[in-house]
Design a protein around this ligand. Structure first.
Ligand SMILES: Nc1ncnc2c1ncn2[C@@H]1O[C@H](COP(=O)(O)OP(=O)(O)OP(=O)(O)O)[C@@H](O)[C@H]1O
Ligand SMILES: [Mg+2]
Length: 481
């Protein structure tokens, strides 16, 4: 069946031209004049369209409502933005468009972009990686690029952010898909057992080694090995792993014959491996060998716009699995979930939804069904944003609470913003001076974070502990470029 694309007619000329090109390319298209009608199509009983193109009217509130609905139902959106909108990227991020093109657009380019968005959606269905937020879309693009090659991939992110899901997706999309995918948790076993687990052992090589045993590397031959919690690997094992990566061969424990394998290595860590290198617990040569390709999965609280889609999907999946006739979730309950902190990320959210689907008495999740600790999510602690350099305010340490970023959701500014942190040298401090307003301080913090990250907005947002979109909004608000 042809993929269905809805186009809005706010810019009729564009819509007509793009529509013709899409039809020619074999899409099933429909032009819709009212954004509310498009929203109904997304939320209605019928399966939603495969993609939506907004040809104009992006700044209207109906467009925002439509984009929220599209987000919640995992429908990709392509916005055609005016050339006069000076920062197309900012606008696209702010509105939550999946992609955008600047007008006047070439209908062939629109068609190619729509096709790519629909393919990515298919990829999401196949891999189970849900999310329309910019970071998840970036992860999907990376997975597509990384799957066909054999280079090692390092996947970093907090616990429960989907690292194993990504590793499996890379394997499933790779030419190795028919072969084994073998996961080993490097933190779960003591050194000797881990080595024998990874590389196998010969009969009699140690007490208890009654038989020859093949290691995970041999079992994964032709396929992919996934080294989970690789940062916890003991130093001696790190040396052996480095050798496998370099020579593609190793010895079984107690063995004398080198064993050659063809294994793609993926690894994950929920702590920063770079920091482990700095602390001396992880070899730097191994780090560089593993980190040839890298994927970072941001915590769920930095991509809250994905939460409604995750909640909706998990409810439907668990209702089916537990054979429960379940209506869904009330808007206020959903809002509480969107606002919660989720230290355990998607795993925690998924487990909670499962328990609520099983336990909610009314066949619907209501605010009162949500456990208290989730509802009363912890507020951030007071944060020191700058230790005043002694010359400036003699010996005084300034401390205050920094809550306004992220629209009152305020996050702690991590210590790395502290100018005296890490390097021990004062460097672009954020200083509170008498008379500064909260927005002055916020602006100064954003400036400092951007300097620290050399203008990398994603990293700056991460440093500040706010979403990238919030940062874009603030940049616009304060006219920082
Ligand atoms: N983007 C996502 N879409 C749908 N499900 C997700 C997503 N991310 C994670 N999950 C689900 O959340 C759970 C945890 O994911 P996963 O095991 O991949 O996390 P992890 O990063 O490996 O965690 P840990 O560091 O604790 O091992 C799994 O059930 C996974 O399917
Ligand atoms: Mg894991």
């Amino acid at each position: 069946m042809a993929d269905r694309v809805l186009l809005t007619t706010d810019d009729l000329e564009q819509a007509v031209r793009v529509n013709a090109a899409l039809e020619q390319a074999g899409f099933d298209t429909a032009m819709v004049s009212s954004l509310d009608d498009v929203r109904q199509a997304v939320r209605g009983k019928q399966p939603p369209p495969d993609a939506i193109i907004l040809t104009g009217g992006l700044h209207e509130s109906t467009a925002r409502r439509l984009l929220t609905a599209a987000h919640e139902h995992g429908v990709p959106t392509l916005g055609l933005v005016e050339a006069t909108d000076e920062a197309a990227e900012t606008i696209a991020h702010e509105l939550g468009l999946t992609d955008w093109l600047v007008k006047p657009t070439d209908p062939a380019e629109v068609t190619a972009t729509v096709r790519r968005l629909i393919e990515r959606r298919r990829l999401q269905r196949r891999t189970g990686i849900l999310g329309e937020s910019a970071p998840i879309q970036e992860v999907l693009v990376k997975i597509e690029q990384m799957a066909p090659v054999t280079s090692t991939v390092l996947i970093e992110g907090e616990s429960g952010t989907g690292k194993e899901l990504v590793a499996r997706a890379i394997h499933d999309l790779s030419p190795r898909r028919g072969k084994a995918f073998i996961a080993v948790n490097c933190a779960a076993l003591p050194e000797t057992l881990l080595e024998s687990e990874l590389f196998g052992h010969e009969k009699g090589s140690f007490t208890g080694a009654a038989e020859r045993r093949l290691g995970r590397f041999e079992l994964a031959n032709g396929g992919t090995i996934f080294l989970d919690e690789v940062g916890e690997m003991p130093p001696a094992t790190q040396v052996k792993l480095l050798r496998v990566l370099e020579d593609k061969s190793f010895f079984r424990v107690g063995g004398t014959q080198p064993i050659n394998v063809d294994v793609r290595v993926t690894a994950a860590s929920n702590k920063s491996l770079k920091e482990a290198v700095a602390l001396g617990t992880f070899r730097d040569d191994l780090f560089y060998r593993l980190n040839v390709l890298s994927v970072y999965l941001p915590p769920l609280r930095e991509r809250r716009s994905d939460i409604p889609l995750l909640v909706r999907t998990f409810i439907a999946d668990f209702a089916k699995q537990h054979d429960r006739n379940f209506r869904g979730i009330t808007p206020d309950a959903l809002q509480l979930i969107v606002d919660a902190d989720w230290p355990g990320n998607v795993r925690q959210l998924k487990n909670l939804i499962e328990s609520m689907v099983v336990l909610a008495p009314e066949g619907e999740i209501r605010a009162s069904d949500i456990p208290r600790d989730i509802r009363e999510r912890t507020r951030p602690l007071p944060v020191r944003i700058a230790r005043a350099p002694s010359r400036e305010i003699a010996g005084q340490e300034l401390e205050f609470i920094f809550r306004t970023l992220d629209g009152g959701r305020g996050r702690a500014i991590p210590a790395s913003l502290d100018p005296l942190d890490a390097t021990g040298e004062p460097d672009q401090p954020v200083i509170y001076k008498a008379g500064m307003s909260m927005s002055d301080v916020e602006r100064a913090a954003i400036d400092a974070a951007l300097r620290e990250t050399h203008g990398n907005r994603r990293k700056a947002a991460e440093t500040l502990g706010i979403g990238e979109r919030t940062l874009y909004r603030k940049l616009k608000e304060y006219a920082i470029d």
